[in-house]
Ligand binder design. Structure first.
Ligand code: PHE
Ligand code: FE
Length: 301
């Protein structure tokens, strides 16, 4: 989410987007996109091999969920429809609309921050419409349809989490004006993508980056290695994160309501305080623990 740079392509649509500084050409066909970066799901593009990739990813992930994913996720995952084939976005949107008023919309790949925030604020979740190649089965650099659907969509069926996502989008539009997107992106990273939740049965995952990962799901919940810190908004916004390996730190919430309530106040003074604190004491490295900080033990370890 940091520093999208735009590469003007020779297409009629919108400029494709890559994140970071690499020269890697962006994946996805941005000539299909409308000005809000959404596009129709190109269902005809899927080959039998693509459907098979989806099914294998889905099955591998599904059997890992018990004891590792939160109940809200497990109960909603069937809303994605049959794991046999890549689902139609319209079918999922219909169910989602009835449950929480959300829709999913196709996008050709990564989209600029501001377009992303605007969609969330309208309760429209962008889902990449292409799937990884077979040789990328275990690791794909950019989010594909499996990450976006399997990882993100089930919790959009939860009313509190659904409201949090919309609030995040609106907050993103404000953060753009306040030049605070980097701090806000940390909140997305450590909650929506890599969040853990405390439940009566023990720690569980609710973050999409974890839930769509073959290896990190078990690691995040049960490994003694990473640090698991209680959710604290300002502490979180001071914390750096890793994009190339399993996380060294996770933040643990008590409930989606706690997350919603803790992020409801105006962030304008929060950003100012966090910046001041960073100026004085620096950022907190991933995996670093502060003196006196209470940590959560791995589940079932
Ligand atoms: N309350 C935040 C603000 O005023 C908006 C927000 C809500 C951001 C939820 C993230 C998540 O900026
Ligand atoms: Fe994601």
């Amino acid at each position: 989410m940091k520093g999208p740079d735009f590469h003007d392509g020779v297409n009629k649509g919108v400029a494709p987007v890559t994140y970071g500084t690499g020269d890697r050409p962006p994946r996805g066909d941005y000539s299909r996109a409308r000005s809000d970066y959404t596009c129709a799901q190109d269902f005809a593009q899927y080959t039998e091999a693509d459907h098979a990739t989806y099914r294998r990813l889905y099955e591998r992930q599904l059997q890992q969920l018990p004891g590792l994913a939160c109940e809200e996720f497990i109960n909603a995952v069937q809303q994605l429809g049959t794991p046999e084939r890549i689902p139609r976005f319209d079918d999922i949107s219909e169910r989602l609309m009835r449950a929480t008023g959300w829709q999913i919309v196709g996008v050709p790949g990564l989209i600029p921050e501001e377009a992303f925030f605007a969609l969330l604020a309208e309760r429209r979740f962008p889902v990449t419409d292409w799937i990884r190649r077979p040789e990328e089965f275990d690791y794909v650099v950019e989010p594909d349809i499996f990450h976006d659907l399997f990882g993100h969509v089930p919790l959009l069926f939860n009313p509190v989490f659904a409201d949090y996502m919309q609030a995040y989008g609106a907050g993103g539009m404000k953060a753009s004006r306040l030049d605070a997107c980097e701090l806000l992106a940390r909140l997305y990273w450590y909650t929506v993508e890599f969040g853990l939740i405390r439940t009566p049965q023990g720690l569980r995952a609710y973050g999409a980056g974890i839930l769509s990962s073959a290896g990190e799901l078990r690691y995040s919940v049960t490994s003694p290695e990473p640090q698991r810190v209680g959710f604290d908004l300002q502490r979180l916004m001071r914390s750096r994160y890793r994009i190339d390996t399993f996380q060294a730190s996770y933040f643990v919430i008590d409930s989606f309501q706690q997350l919603f309530d803790a992020t409801a106040p105006d962030f304008t003074p929060v950003y100012a305080q966090v910046r001041e604190r960073i100026a004085r004491e620096g950022e907190i490295e991933a995996g670093h623990v502060l003196a006196g900080e209470r940590l959560y033990a791995a589940a079932g370890a």
